[in-house]
Design a protein around this ligand. Sequence first.
Ligand SMILES: Nc1ncnc2c1ncn2[C@@H]1O[C@H](COP(=O)(O)OP(=O)(O)OP(=O)(O)O)[C@@H](O)[C@H]1O
Ligand SMILES: [Mg+2]
Length: 607
Amino acid sequence: MNPTGRPRDESAPQRVGAEGRPVSHAEIVAVAGPVLRARASGAFALREAVEVGDHALLGEVVKLDGDEIVVQVYEDTAGLRPGVAVEGSGAPLSVPLGPGLLGRMFDGLLRPLVRGETPFVRPGMRRAAGEVFAFTPLARPGDELPAGAIFGEAAREGLPAQACLLPPTAGGTVVSIAPGGALADTAVACTLRDASGAERGVAMRHAWPVRTPRPVLARRVPDAPLITGQRVLDTLFPVARGGKAAIPGGFGTGKTVLLEALAKGCDADVIVYLGCGERGNEMAGVLAEFPELVDPRTGRALMERTVVIANTSNMPVSAREASIYSAATVAEYFRDQGLHVALMADSTSRWAEALREVSGRFGELPGEGGYPAYLASRIAEFYERAAIADTLCGRVGSVTVIGAISPPSGDFSEPVTSHTKRYVKAFWALDVQRAQARFYPAIHPLQSYAEDAAAFAPWWTSHGNSRWLELRRRFLTLLDEQARLERMARIVGKDALPARQQLALTCADVLNEAFLRQSAFSPVDRRCGPARQGAMMRVTARFLDLAQAAVEAGVAPERIPRLDAYRPLLRMGEEIGEDELERFDALEAALEREFAALVGGAPPAGA
Ligand SMILES: Nc1ncnc2c1ncn2[C@@H]1O[C@H](COP(=O)(O)OP(=O)(O)OP(=O)(O)O)[C@@H](O)[C@H]1O
Ligand SMILES: [Mg+2]
């Protein structure tokens, strides 16, 4: 008997791993939390997945050190002791990808979480065995399929059919393919013969190493925005389809509410939501709320086109570290089917803390903020998985990555925020003061930015808003001016400012209140589509023009907020729905009439 309690049969044929290499064994010499050292008898590879002890706990080789290996274990290591066996798998840490993902919740290593139960995964529990789907073949014997091609469709009760992909490593001539009908996602659905004559069976589900980005034919340059449904983002700080955005924000500034609003309102086909929490109840919230969310597009459960990955409080930190890669891999898998995917991570700071903790256990020298020196490259690797690309199956798909950051005490100069800033194109800084004033979304208009906004002007033009870029610049300039004038007004008093500057402050108030403010909880306004945004931009800009002309004609700025149409203007987002766009024309006409009366009745300029 060896220390695992399992008899080891020396005469049994040697097990081989997924890559055909004999698997290796090792014995634990020391355990420190989720990290253990083991003496190896056989060659382990870096990043190889291993099973530890009787319960076959899942782990990963993170360091090779002479004849010893260092293993990060993704489950509770209580009870492990020196002498316990570690078995290699011959393959890197991988997750199963297939039609069973959509509409479900998983832990950081893609093991299913059961709804209704406290999120809990039994030690060593693997992903559930094969699940049956209605399979439809989309290829015939004799067809030549390139690696990563679509060979069929899988449907499950109540869900739309999903494409079944060959693994990116398998292509060839179809030898046989399962007929339409019920089939387990683990059963061979298609047999291929490759150029060397070797045959290989593929199932609807295949494994992919989490830390390896899935290949594409070609990356494209993003030129269209991901419409988020949030005016402040789509108009001022747009993110590309296939782009990267970060939401840094101090405690309680609205990161989670904003991410959920994006999950509900953005125009992605599939949402991958990674809950990377610290407190157990935070995750319990995500797990309880997500299945209740309604998809505004279909009126059905949002969960139908969502995959939730949640780190449960009973899982060790190392699983939290791995979860971000699992989420990226799942997002790429849907991209590879030619879908547009939004990957949201809440929050990447918790992931970075896990990285820090695990690194500490390895005895690595801490760098800035106690984080390991490779923090920046890990953050880069994560955001690099965002792309819009020509996929192996001949379609175009994208992954847009949006990561929340929770900087300690809201300090954006801390390492996670400052490194992330180098890699994202859209930076959506949440402002404590705006949040305290309950101005939501609390996006700071001057600290936030979007680097490639100008590239989206053609998209907006082709969607009926040819003034988008011009108005965006005008709005940003006004917000910048507001900040300057407010500083001045604090010193000299608002009344001491010249009329033109008082007007600028009034105009900035209108821009903020009428256009940028948008409640995630308003039934009318929680999502704002491009057409309504365009109409609201136009009305807001018309107001700015009319107000400026009126003041130039001698109207006192303080008279403007007393117009009858002023309040309806401030409340237009709440009052006018997506399918009532003609009411914006009526509002614009009312503003024009009232300003005309105001100017007509005003004393001439200089009088
Ligand atoms: N867009 C919004 N519309 C309306 N209310 C909001 C919005 N964003 C935030 N809030 C309000 O602010 C509260 C806190 O928001 P949220 O939980 O998203 O903050 P957070 O930044 O995720 O906090 P934490 O740092 O604890 O994770 C919400 O409960 C809600 O009342
Ligand atoms: Mg939160």
